[in-house]
Design a protein around this ligand. Sequence first.
Ligand SMILES: *Cc1c(COP(=O)(O)O)cnc(C)c1O
Length: 400
Amino acid sequence: MKLAEIIEMDQKYYMNTFGARVPVCFDYGKGMYLWDIEGKRYCDFLAGIAVSVLGHSHPKLVDALKEQVGKFLHCSSLYYIRQQAELAKMLVSISCADRVFFSNSGAEANEGAIKLARLYFRKRGKPHKFEIITLDKSFHGRTLTTLAATGQEKYQDTYRPLTPGFKHVPGNNPDILESAVCENTCAIMLEPVQGEGGVNLMSPGYIRGVRDICNKHGILLILDEVQTGLGRTGSMFCYEHFGIEPDIFTLAKALGGGVPIGAICARGEAAEVFSPGDHGSTFGGNPLACTAAITVLKVMQEENLVDNSRKMGAYFMEKLAALQHKYSIISEVRGMGLMIGIQFKDEIAVKVKEECFKKGYLVGNVGPGIIRLLPPLIVTRDNIDDMTDVLDDVLSSIAK
Ligand SMILES: *Cc1c(COP(=O)(O)O)cnc(C)c1O
């Protein structure tokens, strides 16, 4: 089938939530590369928005999934599931969590974390403590409740009334945050690096300050690590950079390496909140999804991908700093590990993205002014050199 036919079919039958997409349809992938249906190769510096951490078609992931597909796909959590228990044990062994629960997406993991935080206080005889404070420019998902948590009106306004019980405050300001805490507050929830909001870093002092505020007021700290989790920022979990532990954190994007799965991870008393009937999921933690996630974690360890993320992230930032020096239109390069944003002074991000695409490189943009880079964690120095050369070419032609 030709691209034009696919586009026509999509525009007629698929709900129009994306507008005009990037005009390409991929056929297969290998490592850092994707090939489209016409045989053109693209180097992937977006990884399906931080999902394909092992790159494409990693042989170990392919083999593990093939084997599981040949056995069975699904059986329901009414029964004990070996892969579910094994994956839970692995996550607990590498993190501060004591128990986990699996969902199918990031929004659903966050929704579960919000339920958990409310229930934590209800079970302690404090049902008035249901309010959660989140940050401006945050993104926590697209269900009605995670939209209410999201601090961006552009996502919210069309769907009011949203779930009540959320307050938004500016990031990196512990004083405003603390003044928003009241007797109804049950938790503070934030992304340690805001992804969809534009790759916005939270300072280490701020994150530690938030932990202190939660301790002082006896409320829970929920970190949304749906995008930052699992090596993306150069440590397995982003919270490790700050020397603090959240009470609850959520995972999704990278966890299944492309197979949909999310996780609510909880520590201490928060891990013991849910009891039979309090939460559930038909697909959550099914054998196929858990097999994918177990394999992702194993390969990340075998191939030292967290290390690679840290090293390649530092290398990439050096190269991009040199680019910034050369092009005054770049106002800032910011990031952690392999989660990087290039901020421009003008609204050229879409143009830059399109020009990179023409040259066979996939990058993302957040709004009109920011390019976002989220390569698979297997990315090499050579890939980064090539990507930087492409950006150099693109910026020099735009500057003319
Ligand atoms: C992508 C994302 C979500 C939503 O995940 P979905 O799987 O799309 O529901 C939530 N929080 C953060 C930080 C994200 O980056």
